[in-house]
Design a protein around this ligand. Sequence first.
Ligand code: HEC
Length: 109
Amino acid sequence: MTTWKKILILLTMGAAVSAFAVDTATTWTEVCAKCHGADGKGKTPAGKKLKLKDYTSAEIQAAMDDEKMTHEIADGITEGGKEKMKPYKDVLTPEEIKDLVAHIRKFKA
Ligand code: HEC
C-alpha cells in the first residue's frame, strides 16, 4: 500500500471516531440543562421546582465533592424514597461522567 493511501485510511478512521464521541457540552445542554440550566444555575422551571443549586456559586462549588458528584451522576439521587435525579450510568460511560463533573466545575464564576 502506498503511503498516501495509508494516510487517507488513518484520516477516515479518525473522523469516524470523533463523529461517535458525543461532546460533553452537548450532553449537558441536551440531557442535564432542562433541570440544571445551560448556565448551570438551575433556574429552569423544573430546576426551580426541584430547588436546584446554583453551580456558578463559589460557595456551592466549594461544598461539592468530585467523587460524590461522580457517584450521584452514575447512581442518581433519591430523597425519602423519591427519585430526584435518575441514574445515568446506563446511558453515560464513566469517562463521560468524569467529563461532566469537570464541566460542572467550569460554571464557577
Ligand atoms: C430531572 C431533573 C434533573 C436532570 C435532568 C439532571 N439533574 Fe442533576 N440534580 C437534580 C436534582 C433534583 C439534584 C439534587 C439537588 C441539588 O443538588 O441541587 C441534582 C443534583 C446533581 C448533582 C449533585 C451536586 C452536589 O451537590 O453534589 C450533580 C453532580 C448533578 N445533579 C449532575 C447532573 C448531570 C451531569 C446531569 C445530566 C447528565 C443531570 N444532573 C441531570 C435534577 C436533575
